[in-house]
Design a protein around this ligand. Structure first.
Ligand code: ZN
Length: 251
């Protein structure tokens, strides 16, 4: 689908970039991105992709908005408290860009539904705070050959990487998720206000670069940000040949 005249106006500042141009904006328009988690990370990811003109955004979350979410979950207002996150998010996103399609998946992602949900999208965004769901996202993305943009936050710290596709996966980094009791649950961890905004925007940036094929993405690399001391570090994530998911396994 080509751009309409209205869209050419709307995305003018994108069209001015040779890396995007009209061809790139058309790719953005025709792309389908799934965001798992409509909370702290999902909010900026969804808003950035919506403004950038991603044609179809899928949102997976089964939660309702809690008053304690408002400190960092930018999609929601005081009127959203007690209401479905994905429905509130859809309303907000449609008010920002009525041309895009927002699909609400008001469900818990698990092994039984992940493949069916993921199949309809080009890129998967991990914006969850649950380790088991992160591994389901990674395993399903590898199985379907789709890239997945990983993001995580903790107190003043954040991480971003591009996994899946033909690159390394989460199991190359950590073969198994931590067991229950080994880690503090997300709801019991503090998060500094602006952290999800930074990490979510970086995830959105990587999604857009994957769509238009510009620059160097975080494929095979992870960025660690310490926002208390404002330092950025990068580590390489090599693909593990014996990875139980994307490699040959231990045998
Ligand atoms: Zn792997």
């Amino acid at each position: 689908m080509a751009l309409t005249q209205k869209e050419q106006q709307r995305y003018k500042r994108h069209l001015m970039l040779p890396q995007v141009d009209e061809a790139g904006q058309e790719k953005i328009k025709n792309s389908r991105v799934l965001i798992v988690g409509a909370g702290g990370l999902g909010s900026p990811v969804a808003m950035e992709l919506c403004c950038a003109g991603v044609g179809t955004i899928g949102l997976v979350d089964f939660d309702v908005v809690d008053v304690s979410n408002l400190q960092r979950q930018l999609l929601y207002t005081e009127n959203s408290v007690g209401k479905s996150k994905v429905q509130q998010a859809k309303e907000r996103l449609k008010s920002m860009n009525s041309d895009i399609k927002v699909i609400c998946i008001e469900d818990k992602l698990d092994k039984s539904n992940a493949t069916e949900i993921f199949e309809k999208y080009d890129i998967i965004v991990d914006a969850t705070d649950n380790f088991d769901v992160r591994y389901i996202i990674s395993d399903t993305s590898v199985k379907l050959g789709k890239p997945h943009v990983y993001g995580a936050i903790y107190e003043f710290y954040g991480q971003v990487a591009v996994l899946g596709g033909d690159g390394p996966c989460l199991r190359c980094l950590n073969p198994e998720p931590p067991k229950q009791g080994e880690i503090v649950e997300a709801k019991d961890v503090g998060v500094f206000g602006a952290i999800p905004g930074v990490i979510g925007s970086l995830q959105a940036c990587e999604v857009l670069k994957l769509i238009i094929g510009a620059g160097r993405t975080l494929k095979g690399r992870m960025i660690f940000i310490d926002m208390l001391n404002m330092t950025f570090d990068e580590v390489e994530i090599p693909k593990y040949p014996k990875c139980s998911c994307c490699g040959k396994g231990e045998k």
